[in-house]
Design a protein. Sequence first.
Length: 197
Amino acid sequence: MAIDSRIDAYIAAQADFARPILDHIRMLMHAASPDIGEAVKWGMPFFTYRDQNLANMAAFKGHAAFGFWHDKVGREGASDDAMGQFGRITALADLPSDADIAGLIAQAMALIDAGDRPRTGPKQPKAPLPVHPAFAAAIAADPVAATVWATFPPGKIRDYCEWINEARTDTTRDKRIAQAVDWIGEGKGRNWKYEKK
């Protein structure tokens, strides 16, 4: 079992709710096979098998995420409200059963053993999300941010719109809008901290 100390550090730095989730996923991955390795890619923990990406996990402020890299694994009924196939994970109970995860790990490993590569073709574009009026006004009021916003690809625009639109209070939304305009003015996407350098 190849353990990467950077993943220890990553897990230790997460919120109280996220650490047990990440530890459990990690335990399940290594219980499945001693040949599963670890790596950090795009700032998040990855699990590898035969030097290929098998699965990854991450933690955010309010949820964790987990998913398999191969497009043929775990996609049936997959959630699209977060990274990975299992939606926003806020507790261990949000994960599939250990047996289901073990089955998905075995399936993903078998695909790698068979030489089956994930599909890398273009994904179907998601429908654009509405830009909150207050967000649109704040961008328009900042000429630098407005210029950068006009050049953003649909995925970056969607990331910001999701973040702003899911705010539960006006105070949170306004704080996010101010932060977003600053980041956009610097040419940064919503998830710039996790983008490959």
